[in-house]
Write a protein that binds this ligand. Structure first.
Ligand code: ZN
Length: 198
């Protein structure tokens, strides 16, 4: 099946490992890259390498950043006593876009899923518990409204409530099974405003 030079085949293969990229898309991207001016290709590959080298987890909230603290955690104007727990950095970005939340976040990088063999120790829950030793008024469980997200929220509630900290769950304005990333800002804002105590 080696129609092309091995270099092209290799490029196609590497691209096809990316999520959502099947063999056809990989081929199309490979040819697109080959037709790009060399300096553009260099910009692309440099951006990938430097992001990979320099991006790390925020010491506080575990989102991706290139500093010790992400801009949100470093911002003293944010309410650091209000922590919204989300599954991934894209959810954080979605809530940030509403511009209505002045608290801080905690990014779990996943959700509990016994089916997929993902337990509480596989997501960033212990980091959350460390943060709760400081002064915290409320933890908002803003994990997705699906089985994994609900399981995770219930688990968080079980851990946090005994500490005397309020735990709330985003409202069901979010469609069941909804992936937070694809929900519009108004709906997200309503889900946040309508949150209920767990
Ligand atoms: Zn942070």
């Amino acid at each position: 099946m080696d129609f092309y030079s091995s270099q092209i085949t290799n490029l196609v293969e590497q691209l096809s490992h990316l999520p959502g990229i099947g063999p056809k898309s990989a081929q199309r991207l490979a040819f697109y890259i080959l037709n790009m001016p060399e300096e553009k290709v260099k910009l692309l590959s440099d951006a990938m390498m430097s992001a990979k080298k320099n991006v790390r987890y925020c010491k506080e909230c575990c989102t991706y950043t290139d500093q010790e603290l992400c801009p949100i955690c470093a911002n003293q104007k944010r309410n650091h006593k209000l922590i919204m727990v989300v599954e991934n950095p894209r959810d954080l970005a979605a809530y940030e876009k509403t511009g209505k939340f002045d608290g801080v976040y905690h990014v779990l990088h996943g959700a509990i899923s016994p089916m997929a063999g993902i337990g509480p120790n596989d997501i960033r829950l212990s980091e959350l518990m460390v943060r709760l030793q400081g002064e915290v008024d409320e933890v908002i469980a803003a994990t997705n409204k699906n089985l994994e997200g609900d399981t995770t929220a219930a688990y968080i509630s079980k851990l946090v409530k005994p500490l005397g900290i309020r735990v709330s769950r985003i409202a069901s304005g979010v469609p069941a099974g909804g992936d937070l990333e694809y929900i519009d800002e108004v709906t997200l804002y309503r889900a946040l405003e309508g949150r209920v105590d767990m």
